[in-house]
Design a protein around this ligand. Structure first.
Ligand SMILES: [Zn+2]
Length: 211
């Protein structure tokens, strides 16, 4: 079955959040310089490229990167486009989402992300009402193609808090540019890095036969 890669690289060409530590790579050893191997050493915020936030990111004592539950990060997922010009996504702004039934995983396609190579100035954000409605339908994972679930200037990170308090998790910086709305099989396990506020993710969609 065809795999659709919806990941953005953790790399030096991926724009980081303004003020965040960009990805950079130094070399401890190079073959060309007479070393026995090529050996890299990286410095980066874990939020560069596609990643899952750990709840620890917004609250001391909440789960860290190695404690993210695998079950949230694989399974049926809906991709839903929203109008890129709206600020707050209300339940009615998700026309391609089935109006009833469970929604365990939702990937929000705003086309306002870093996939095009520059950091966006703004992007649509789910309203808290929409988060509540989705949690009520069984949401365990909210993925976005934007750098954050919350807005660029948010200091209170209300959507992060509401999602984590509801027992759900997130993916940020997805590349959904070429993905059509619909239902897919998602595989997006966080890397097992210890004690961080986020973990890099390789996110893959597989089309699923719908009845
Ligand atoms: Zn993040």
């Amino acid at each position: 079955m065809r795999e659709l890669d919806i990941s953005i690289p953790m790399g030096s060409r991926t724009p980081e959040w303004p003020g965040d530590k960009p990805f950079s790579c130094g070399w401890t050893m190079r073959l060309a310089a007479g070393g026995s191997v090529n050996l890299s050493a990286i410095t980066t915020s874990p939020h560069v490229g596609t990643h899952a936030d750990a709840p620890l990111h917004v609250h001391d004592g909440w789960l860290a990167s190695h404690e993210l539950p695998l079950s949230a990060f694989a399974g049926r997922a809906f991709v839903c486009s929203v109008n890129p010009s709206i600020d707050h996504v209300e339940p009615n702004d998700l026309p391609s989402l089935p109006s009833r039934g469970p929604v365990e995983r939702l990937l929000l396609r705003t086309q306002c992300g870093v996939a095009g190579g520059s950091f966006p100035k703004r992007w649509p954000v789910l309203s808290l009402d929409t988060v509540r409605v989705l949690l009520g339908r069984g949401l365990v994972l909210l993925g976005v193609d934007t750098p954050s679930l919350d807005g660029l200037d948010s200091k209170t990170l209300d959507v992060h808090h509401a999602l984590f308090r509801g027992g759900a998790f997130n993916l940020e910086n997805l590349d959904l540019r070429s993905i059509a709305d619909g239902e897919y099989e998602l595989i997006a396990y966080p890397l097992l890095v210890a004690d961080l506020d986020a973990a890099p993710v390789r996110a893959i969609l597989k089309p699923c036969a719908t009845e």
